[in-house]
Design a protein around this ligand. Structure first.
Ligand SMILES: *[C@@H]1O[C@H](CO)[C@@H](O)[C@H](O)[C@H]1NC(C)=O
Ligand SMILES: *[C@@H]1O[C@H](CO)[C@@H](O)[C@H](O)[C@H]1NC(C)=O
Ligand SMILES: *[C@@H]1O[C@H](CO)[C@@H](O)[C@H](O)[C@H]1NC(C)=O
Ligand SMILES: *[C@@H]1O[C@H](CO)[C@@H](O)[C@H](O)[C@H]1NC(C)=O
Ligand SMILES: *[C@@H]1O[C@H](CO)[C@@H](O)[C@H](O)[C@H]1NC(C)=O
Ligand SMILES: *[C@@H]1O[C@H](CO)[C@@H](O)[C@H](O)[C@H]1NC(C)=O
Length: 371
């Protein structure tokens, strides 16, 4: 009998300790920017608080969540969320982050929020988070030499997840993905006026296995630009417009070899864009664009639904090779007279220049292709 009581007695002491210790290993540590002195009043400079909170999250082992709370607006000048970090980090971005106005920018960089050298980072806005680049102060000033500023610059991030987030009004491009392997962007809403100059939605370069899906992009330039060094890039269920469409390139603009392969754009809708599916190369460059598929595309009032423009310069022999390009299942309307595969009131036609391939069941038909 005595032995039984002793056993219970020990158990009730040991058990709570045991649980606590177990939790430390698996529990998510929450690090809130407010605990590091952020004000979130839209006026105070919260840059230092963000840097300190990141430092703390990055040094913590296991799993940590950096919390940028909802219902607040944070004024930050420049952020460098850099790894490598000790554990895995989630950023719960439910509040709003606002860039300073033009006067407060320092013209020393190419990014506003830089996220580098991280594996397995997740950024989740939970449908509330928003990042505002406050670009209007830049767009107004045409004579200003704008820095090539990205709102979000991802460099050397692998297995990245970014979702449920709004990004708006970049001084220039909104999201840059550079030298990343494995990233999924979903439920991203990018919003900049049609008249805002050079405000690409996504700029992807030197990256592989990137998926952008279920997102809405309104901008003054390309919704998605897939640049040199990219392979296995997918865009699925994207609504683009206003904007300049989804573009491979420009490729071959410089002396460097530009290669793009295995691009799959499917179930996308273009509304009032200047281009739909575009491949743009410069002659004089070297490299290739191959295995590019655009399929199940819906067009509403698109100026150039399908466009491959190779900037020809007959004095230059070199050029970027474009091959194995498939356009399948395009439906909709065009605002110009030269288009491929569309239904509209005016007579439409297709033009080709040294274009090899076959076209089946297209309206208008494409008799100019070289077999
Ligand atoms: C953010 O703070 C800077 C000074 O720290 C100020 O110049 C700027 O106007 C603020 N931005 C907003 C949107 O309040
Ligand atoms: C905001 O704070 C950061 C970090 O302390 C500083 O580098 C930056 O100059 C400040 N910005 C303004 C506009 O005061
Ligand atoms: C960002 O921070 C990392 C680590 O502190 C540093 O190596 C890197 O140079 C910084 N990047 C920029 C562009 O300031
Ligand atoms: C991209 O799409 C292709 C074709 O549907 C598919 O095989 C591939 O797994 C997709 N890749 C990513 C990263 O989503
Ligand atoms: C694309 O749309 C078609 C037709 O609506 C649908 O059957 C298919 O499942 C969709 N595919 C993707 C990847 O969204
Ligand atoms: C064609 O290339 C040559 C040699 O680089 C250059 O001098 C010329 O200006 C180019 N022409 C056009 C129309 O771009």
């Amino acid at each position: 009998m005595q032995g039984f009581f002793t056993y219970i007695f020990i158990l009730s002491f040991v058990l709570p300790c045991f649980c606590t210790r177990l939790n430390v290993g698996i529990e998510n540590i929450f690090i809130n920017v407010m605990q590091f002195g952020a004000h979130g009043d839209g006026r105070s400079n919260d840059t230092q608080a963000f840097a300190s909170a990141w430092d703390s999250a990055c040094k913590a082992g296991g799993m940590s969540t950096l919390v940028i709370p909802a219902g607040r607006s944070f004024n930050v000048t420049k952020i460098n969320f850099s790894g490598p970090c000790k554990g895995k980090i989630n950023i719960q971005l439910e509040g709003k982050i606002v860039a300073p106005s033009k006067g407060a920018w320092k013209l020393d960089g190419t990014y506003w929020i830089s996220i580098q050298h991280l594996n397995g980072l997740t950024i989740d806005g939970n449908g509330k988070g928003e990042i505002d680049g406050y670009g209007s102060t830049w767009w107004q000033c045409e004579s200003c030499k704008r820095p090539k500023v990205y709102v979000l610059y991802f460099h050397a991030c692998n297995d990245l997840i970014v979702r449920n987030l709004g990004i708006s009004n970049s001084p220039q491009s909104h999201v840059s993905v550079n030298m990343c392997n494995g990233a999924t962007f979903s439920h991203i809403s990018i919003n900049a006026p049609a008249t805002s100059p050079n405000t690409d939605g996504f700029d992807i370069s030197d990256s592989t296995n990137i998926l952008i899906q279920d997102s809405n992009i309104k901008s003054g330039d390309d919704c998605i630009a897939i640049n040199g060094g990219c392979s296995f890039i997918n865009a699925t269920r994207i609504t683009c417009g206003p904007g300049h469409g989804i573009s491979v390139g420009s490729l071959g603009r410089t002396e460097e070899r530009d290669t793009v392969s295995n691009v799959h754009v499917q179930n996308c809708t273009f509304i009032g864009t200047t281009n739909g599916a575009r491949i743009k190369t410069f002659s004089g460059g070297i490299g290739y664009a191959k295995q590019i598929t655009f399929e199940q595309i819906i067009l509403e009032n698109v100026k150039n639904p399908i466009i491959i423009d190779q900037e020809y310069n007959l004095s230059l022999v070199k050029s970027v090779q474009v091959s194995f390009v498939t356009y399948r299942g395009f439906r909709g309307t065009s605002t110009s007279d030269v288009a491929i595969n569309l239904i509209c009131g005016r007579k439409t036609s297709a033009t080709c220049k040294n274009a090899h391939g076959t076209a089946t069941n297209t309206i208008p038909n494409v008799p100019c292709l070289i077999k």
